[in-house]
Design a protein around this ligand. Structure first.
Ligand SMILES: [Fe+2]
Length: 507
């Protein structure tokens, strides 16, 4: 059958220029919807954002059901939902080397505006997505509302929280990772992984394809631009730098897995060309500004880590925990973050990252034996660098740390020695760990043993932040269940920090 090729497009490239017989042939070549994985947008800026899709008519088949050759596609961006005011359009080619994914960095748009985008390939059109550009960095912004979400174990539950996230009015969403989980099928599971433990590029691609087939996840992506980061499960549980604790693969072997995982992550995420992986390395940490209201620093807390101390896990501190050589982020990332915190050009400094920054006592029972129990995979296992960071936050009185990983909601205070210097909001999971409960069994002990902790909840959901120059509000949104579809959403709690005062108030 004749392939639709690049010469069917004019330089300005819309599908309207294709001759009728060619269009008919192109339509006939799809056995199924090539946009089965949805569309997405990400990394918004004042002048544009990334738009993404991947052509995959048969998501779980090899190459997503695509022939191993380039496939031309067209895209357009409009100022209105009906696509009557097209403001940008173009053509591109989906390459088999990148699993026929498409990343377009749209530029030249107006700041702080809503836009709509869609794709066309082989005579088939995608659904429409919505994204907002950010305000200019110099703009005096009175308010911002955005979402915080992550940890979406497909096997643990439905993505009902994503469906509700899609219904929110948000400027963007920060995703703290665990977009996929690498494990083989659980038994029982709410819904099962379609393949065993993943390790090759093709394995990772198929896992992303299974996750991205979910309509609730697709709805969230179509509704909002995302700032994507990753945590551990996009690669392997609790990995740290070159170290693979679970499989004990030698570093040079683990780097091969990391390379495959990074490539598949890039292929499936709406991220910019600056996040294109170079072998087993990727530039994940980066920043953004929302007018003069907030500066965001998105961290990479995995790639440059030293191995977890004391053999990882939940343990009392061994001397390694305080080693000045231990690092969660490397010297360049630490210097970059320190520089940004010092700038004082935005009302709020937001450190958006993956693992808990508070060093809390993890003993789960009030009658547990004495001795503070640490989560060594969190910042608590990297105490020297953690304390340097706390010292840098001292006196700013405008720092909010956003975190994932825990599969529980927390609100708490970060201290430099005896003084609170920032607040940390830990967002739960979209689905990981299943339905959960309002007050988990460990909740009473956590609150009793950790006075810096103000709020604990163990249901699924996301955080919606409402930010003004005077106050930061974190709304903890939870769903009553994820083990069956159509769980009900409610606002479980709102915790606020007043600008200039690192303290938490229940609203
Ligand atoms: Fe997770």
């Amino acid at each position: 059958m004749a392939m639709l090729t690049r010469r069917h497009f004019l330089a300005t490239g819309t599908l309207a220029v294709i001759s009728a017989p060619a269009l008919v042939r192109a339509q006939a070549r799809w056995r199924a919807n090539p946009f089965s994985l949805g569309i997405a947008s990400g990394d918004p800026a004042p002048d544009g954002f990334v738009i993404w899709t991947r052509l995959a008519p048969e998501p779980l088949d090899a190459h997503g059901g695509m022939p191993a050759e380039p496939m031309p596609a067209a895209w357009e961006v409009a100022a209105d939902e009906g696509f009557t005011k097209i403001v940008a359009r173009g053509t591109t080619v989906a390459l088999p080397e990148l699993a026929h994914s498409i990343h377009v960095e749209v530029a030249g748009l107006q700041p702080d505006r809503p836009y709509f985008y869609r794709f066309e390939a082989g005579g088939e059109r995608s659904g429409a997505g919505h994204a907002r550009t950010l305000p200019l960095g110099t703009a005096a912004e009175p308010r911002l509302r955005f979402g915080v979400a992550g940890c979406q174990d497909y096997q643990a539950g439905y993505y009902t929280a994503h469906r509700h996230l899609a219904d929110e009015e948000l400027a963007f969403v920060f995703h703290y990772g665990d977009y996929i989980y690498e494990y083989g099928p659980d038994n029982p599971a709410v819904r099962q992984h379609a393949s065993p433990l993943i390790s090759s590029l093709d394995d990772y691609r198929r896992r992303y394809a299974q996750y991205k087939s979910d309509p609730d996840l697709q709805a969230a992506h179509a509704a909002h631009a995302f700032f994507m980061t990753f945590d551990d499960h996009e690669i392997r549980n609790d990995w740290a730098g070159d170290f693979d604790d679970d499989d004990q693969a030698p570093p040079e072997v683990f780097r091969l897995r990391r390379q495959s995982a990074f490539q598949a992550w890039y292929e499936h995420m709406p991220v910019r060309r600056s996040q294109f992986p170079g072998g087993p390395a990727i530039q994940l940490y980066r920043g953004a500004r929302y007018g003069n209201l907030a500066r965001f620093d998105f961290l990479d807390t995995r790639q440059f880590r030293t191995n977890q101390p004391c053999g990882d896990g939940y343990k009392t501190a061994c001397p390694e925990v305080s080693s000045p050589k231990a690092q969660m982020i490397n010297a360049q990332e630490e210097a970059w973050l320190a520089r940004n915190l010092r700038r004082r050009d935005a009302r709020w400094n937001v450190v958006a990252q993956q693992v808990m920054m508070m060093s809390i006592d993890r003993r789960e029972r009030l009658d547990a034996p004495p001795g503070k129990l640490l989560n060594l995979d969190s910042w608590a296992g990297y105490e020297a660098q953690r304390q340097r960071l706390m010292a840098r936050m001292r006196g700013l009185d405008n720092v909010v740390v956003l975190t994932g990983d825990e599969h529980s909601n927390y609100a708490g205070l970060l201290h430099d020695r005896d003084r609170p210097v920032a607040v940390e909001f830990v967002s739960t999971s979209i689905s990981s760990d299943g339905d959960g409960q309002d007050m988990p069994v460990f909740g009473a002990a956590f609150l009793a043993n950790n006075p810096q902790l103000k709020f604990v909840n163990n249901q699924r959901g996301y955080i919606a932040c409402d930010v003004t120059p005077g106050e930061w509000r974190a709304n903890f949104m939870v769903v009553d269940r994820v083990s069956t579809p159509n769980g009900r959403l409610s606002k479980r709690a709102t915790w606020a920090m007043a600008h200039g005062e690192p303290a938490l108030r229940s609203v």
